[in-house]
Design a binder for this molecule. Structure first.
Ligand code: ATP
Ligand code: LTN
Length: 335
């Protein structure tokens, strides 16, 4: 019988194993991936090749790749439903990245906020890979022909550059790539640093009080929220200039599902101490089941390795098809 069901839309996203993921990664990206698995045909990867744009210690990187893969499983991504893989285990990513680098302009790359931020943070190592990062990210995406790319707001610029590269390539050689849309969730899209609430919460921050990691135990979580920077007004309300409180309100709202108005009403007349306690507790509850499952996956190395291998094989097949097509259209000779 003919299958008349329309093709499910495709979604692809990746996360770097550049440290232990934070609450920002979870609320802004990872959590949304879990909810997309039924509606979309999903591809999710650990972007380890991206992590080396800043210096990594080999033993630590190895551990972080495994941990990130285990975490994807622990948050509820299901390898039966979604294709989960590690980027470096699929050669087409590096191969297509070169082809796309030759279709990416110096000026475009110079405008990328993440490049400017990281170049400033790592002034002693502004390498070519850091600059060319968006070409590799475009390859990650375009290889799997996704319709949407679920990311936090900070990655919108990179997805837009990917669209430009895809359109340029298609214009020159004929239709090879689907031009994807960024897919940004409303709640948790931009979780900010607990110490400098004008900046995003980042797992590579040197100050560990700036972020909550998904591995932090309840005491650490509570301590970090107690230390979070606020303001001197002592009123829990969402308003311009109250970056610290706005951030805590957004975190609380993302964890409990309450609207910002409801949060404001619930804490009217209460001090920041009570509010911080409540935010901390809400976060602890969100982390608890993830941490339990994570510990179980990390104990079973055999299972983790075999899931990685299956993912790499399936992703290699899918990506090879697009790479071959792009190479053929460009005039390379395939044998
Ligand atoms: P790094 O600190 O190493 O630059 P990162 O914490 O920014 O890393 P990535 O691995 O680059 O995290 O990003 C993974 C996903 O998490 C991306 O989709 C990104 O948009 C999202 N994300 C990262 N930080 C935040 C944040 N503070 N708020 C919401 N989403 C975020
Ligand atoms: N650049 C992203 C990580 C990333 C990604 C991707 C996201 C690498 N490749 C492909 C979406 C799709 C970041 O720094 N957060």
């Amino acid at each position: 019988m003919e299958n008349t069901a329309p093709r499910k839309k495709r979604a692809l996203s990746c996360i770097q194993p550049s440290g232990v993921p934070t609450l920002g990664n979870y609320l802004g990206a990872l959590r949304n991936w879990v909810g997309m698995q039924d509606e979309f045909e999903c591809f999710f990867a650990v972007a380890d090749l991206h992590a080396i744009t800043v210096r990594q210690e080999p033993a630590k990187l190895r551990q972080q790749i495994r941990e990130m893969f285990a975490l994807l499983l622990a948050i509820g991504l299901d390898p039966e439903k979604s294709l989960l893989f590690v980027q470096s285990q699929v050669p087409a990513h590096s191969q297509l990245a070169w082809l796309l680098a030759c279709h990416t302009q110096f000026g475009e790359l110079s405008r990328m906020t993440q490049f400017k931020d990281k170049a400033q943070k790592h002034a002693d190592n502004i390498n070519l890979g850091l600059f060319a990062y968006p070409s590799l990210m475009a390859a990650d995406i375009l290889l799997y022909q996704p319709d949407v790319v679920p990311v936090g707001a900070d990655q919108k610029q990179h997805v837009e550059l990917t669209r430009n590269i895809a359109e340029r390539f298609n214009g020159l050689y004929g239709n090879v790539f689907t031009v994807p849309e960024p897919y940004i969730m409303k709640t948790g899209a931009r979780v900010r640093s607990l110490q400098e609430p004008t900046r995003k919460m980042s797992k590579s921050d040197e100050n560990q009080y700036a972020y909550v990691s998904l591995k932090d135990d309840p005491d650490t979580v509570m301590r970090k929220f107690r230390r979070a920077v606020t303001d001197s007004e002592a009123q829990v309300r969402y308003a311009e200039g109250k970056d610290g409180i706005n951030n805590l309100m957004e975190i609380y709202s993302a964890c409990t599902g309450d609207s910002l108005e409801a949060v404001e009403a619930a804490f009217a007349g209460k001090g920041y101490g009570d509010f911080k306690q409540a935010v901390g507790e809400a976060v602890v509850e969100v982390l608890r089941p993830i941490q339990e499952r994570f510990a179980r996956y990390m104990q079973d190395k055999g299972q983790l390795d075999s899931l990685m291998k299956q993912g790499a094989e399936r992703a290699s097949l899918a990506s090879r098809r697009t790479l071959d097509k792009a190479m053929k259209k460009m005039g390379f000779v395939l044998v």
